[in-house]
Design a binder for this molecule. Structure first.
Ligand code: ATP
Length: 464
């Protein structure tokens, strides 16, 4: 399975999905850049999520709040106090640093610990947990994950603020604005996609845990007594979203977060986990945040953020919030892992031996970065190249398209299969006479001749 991880990382680099950031300087702190195909895949994931939230569901509106916010926001939300901190341990011998809960999880997979510093000595003595180098761990220290920065030219305490560690706070601070401008009635939701930053102690596993990432979050405001019902509703909806995009059922599960591991704002939480090559890991959190955020922002800002059912604002009650929060990067990684297939002996005639493997990236049609590749049968016949370029020009304004004339046709099919391209459109000698092309379907490998004038409509039909 570790093997799969290496294959995905290698494919991502080789075919332009993900590059290490600042690579020419040796990379930088687990940051990554999304290449030409990566950005298309990422945009598709965001588009599908946005449509799911704002089009398929009623009463969800969008927002794009700023990354930098008043530091008062983070005080009110609890992120500046102990709430948003991990426990950091350092090895006395090799000085390696790690998250204490990771050390425990590695030492005792599946066991739930009461992760408090005062229990440190007991846990270490009882289980004799040591660093890989044999050294002892120092006492864990609280480490706040927020990234500090300064606003304006003077770097003093008064100008300190933070890069947001989650996108949702902008939704709470705009609660009243949205309520009033859109005349929303509870229950309703606000969806947002944007960057978030966390100074992770131990970023790892490729794009799974990074310090800069993107989140797609939806906050559902509802009457307090209806929050358990909506929690279950959103849990189901979100699991179905992954399944509808082709994630295999056996690779997805929902895990109830034990009470002692709940984030500071949550009354209840479920992690939607994906079976990555390195184990079951969270890709999305569903949280019942109760009235934690609205009541705290009300208290700290002095603004009344209660909801009045009769007027839509003013006196009344604090709605409860069900949050669905998914990482774009983590879900992209899960989609890549799930779509990756190897076909022994090959799918195309260019495969030389029965042992040789051909890679197929079976991404859902809505996610596939490239919808069609236009391929002249050979590149040394100017009339074929000219015709193929005309077809490419015709398709390009309609879908993400590639033109490829390098190598044998079989090799070019393989290249496109490897990145999940849905249709390979070949321009051959018959195309010159009949004004048609062959369209090869990625999944069935069936080829069909289609008139060039009907191509856009036919592909559009298949993409629906
Ligand atoms: P973890 O326990 O893995 O640190 P979390 O429970 O702190 O994650 P949430 O605060 O619930 O995560 O964030 C919601 C989603 O944001 C996560 O499910 C994940 O998809 C994404 N996310 C959070 N932290 C990171 C990160 N460091 N890198 C990439 N994605 C992240």
């Amino acid at each position: 399975m570790v093997d799969l991880m290496e294959k995905i990382v290698s494919l991502s680099k080789r075919r332009g999905f993900v590059f290490p950031s600042s690579e020419i300087y040796g990379g930088f702190g687990s940051c990554y850049d999304f290449g030409p195909l990566g950005v298309e895949l990422k945009n598709n994931i965001k588009k599908v999520w946005w449509n799911e939230m704002t089009k398929r569901h009623d009463d969800i509106v969008g927002l794009d709040a700023s990354i930098l916010m008043s530091p008062k926001v983070w005080k009110a939300s609890g992120h500046l106090t102990a709430g948003f901190a991990d426990e950091l341990v350092e090895c006395k011998k090799c000085h390696k640093r790690d998250r204490w809960d990771f050390v425990l999880a590695r030492a005792f997979p599946g066991k739930v610990f009461i992760d408090k510093p005062e229990n440190f000595k007991k846990q270490v003595i009882k289980y004799e947990i040591k660093c890989d180098c044999g050294g002892e761990w120092m006492e864990p220290k609280k480490f706040n994950l927020m990234m500090k920065t300064f606003v304006g030219p003077v770097e003093d305490e008064a100008s300190v603020t933070y890069l947001r560690p989650e996108t949702c706070q902008g939704i709470y601070t705009n609660f009243k604005n949205i309520l009033q401008t859109m005349r929303m009635k509870i229950p309703f939701g606000v969806a947002q996609i944007g960057k978030a930053f966390r100074n992770e102690i131990n970023p790892k596993d490729f794009i799974y845990r990074t310090r800069e990432f993107e989140q797609m979050e939806m906050q559902w405001f509802c009457e307090p007594k209806t929050s358990p019902k909506f929690f279950n509703y959103w849990k189901k909806e979100r699991i179905n979203w992954y399944l509808s995009l082709g994630i295999r059922k056996q690779n997805l599960r929902a895990k109830e977060v034990p009470k002692n591991e709940l984030p500071h704002y949550a009354k209840r939480a479920i992690d939607i986990e994906y079976k990555f090559p390195f184990g079951w890991k969270e890709i999305e959190g569903i949280h019942n945040r109760g009235d934690w955020d609205l009541s705290n922002h009300s208290k700290h800002s002095g603004e009344d953020l209660k909801y009045d059912p009769s007027t839509g604002s003013g006196q009344g009650y604090f709605p409860h919030v069900i949050e669905t929060s998914v990482g774009v990067d983590r879900s992209l990684f899960a989609f890549l892992c799930d779509a990756y297939q190897e076909v022994k002996g090959g799918r195309t005639k260019t495969t030389k031996s029965a042992k040789e493997l051909e890679v197929l990236l079976k991404l859902d049609k809505s996610l596939a970065p490239v919808k069609a590749a236009v391929l002249p049968l050979v590149k040394n016949k100017p009339e074929l190249v000219k015709k193929a370029k005309q077809v490419y020009k015709l398709l390009k304004p309609n879908f993400v398209c590639l033109y490829d004339e390098t190598g044998s046709i079989g090799r070019r099919y393989r290249r496109q299969d490897e990145t999940g391209t849905l249709f390979c459109i070949t321009v051959d000698f018959d195309s010159l006479k009949k004004d048609d092309v062959t369209v090869r379907n990625r999944d069935t490998m069936k080829q069909k001749r289609i008139k060039i004038k009907d191509l856009v409509e036919e592909i559009n039909k298949k993409l629906k």
